[in-house]
Design a protein around this ligand. Structure first.
Ligand SMILES: Cc1cc2nc3c(=O)[nH]c(=O)nc-3n(C[C@H](O)[C@H](O)[C@H](O)COP(=O)(O)OP(=O)(O)OC[C@H]3O[C@@H](n4cnc5c(N)ncnc54)[C@H](O)[C@@H]3O)c2cc1C
Length: 171
């Protein structure tokens, strides 16, 4: 008889775990308190408009690709992605000037600069720091299990150095 697993919650995390258990041959039941799956990654409709309740950005595409690979699937067989231009448009109440974000650092830093002097450079610095943190997270934390407290003490020297740097930069 197959081993049974119950996953509580059908957000992206729960559905992701359920898919991996099912791939390993477990009999999976997903319990969800709401009437529909998706958790924070959802939409609602009002007056003919559809609104995202959570994510709008397809962040970390490599992590999604990795996940589909674990399932033995090609992500392009499941997702039909189209890059939006502009990526994002912000409407302000009582202000006719919209702000567009383009996923182009040269264009976007000028937009930030026009709103607040100095913000263009701050945006670049923020994105550089975010890229660094993303690399540290994916290379050293994301795919490592911390099953016991001892896992925190078994790092290689280079892991320790990177994490210390990260902590210092965030201090
Ligand atoms: C406004 C907003 C914007 C965001 N923008 C982005 C973005 O642009 N890009 C991005 O990548 N991420 C974004 N995120 C983050 C992303 O939405 C979340 O990280 C992700 O959806 C969380 O998934 P999860 O499965 O961990 O949790 P959740 O989505 O919270 O799922 C938990 C599920 O468990 C269910 N549940 C809880 N308790 C019980 C119970 N006792 N019994 C049964 N079911 C239960 C809940 O109903 C829910 O369905 C955004 C989040 C928000 C809120």
């Amino acid at each position: 008889m197959n081993k049974k697993v119950v996953v509580i919650g059908s957000g992206i995390g729960g559905l992701g775990a359920a898919g991996l258990f099912a791939k390993k041959g477990y009999e999976v039941t997903v319990l969800e308190k709401n009437s529909h799956p998706g958790g924070r990654a959802n939409t609602f409709e009002h007056d003919g408009f559809r609104f995202d309740t959570g994510p709008s950005w397809y962040l970390a595409p490599d992590l999604f690709e990795h996940y589909f690979k674990l399932l033995g699937e090609k992500i392009s067989d499941h997702l039909d992605l189209a890059r939006l231009e502009p990526s994002y448009r912000i409407f302000f109440k009582d202000d006719p000037e919209d702000v567009d974000i383009h996923s182009n650092i040269d264009v976007d830093s000028k937009t930030f600069e026009s709103i607040e002097p100095g913000a263009g450079d701050k945006l670049r610095a923020y994105l550089n720091q975010s890229e660094y943190q993303y690399q540290v997270a994916t290379q050293h934390f994301m795919y490592k299990n911390y099953d016991t407290v001892f896992d925190f003490f078994t790092k290689r020297d280079d892991d320790r150095r990177t994490e210390t740097l990260c902590l210092l930069e965030n201090a």
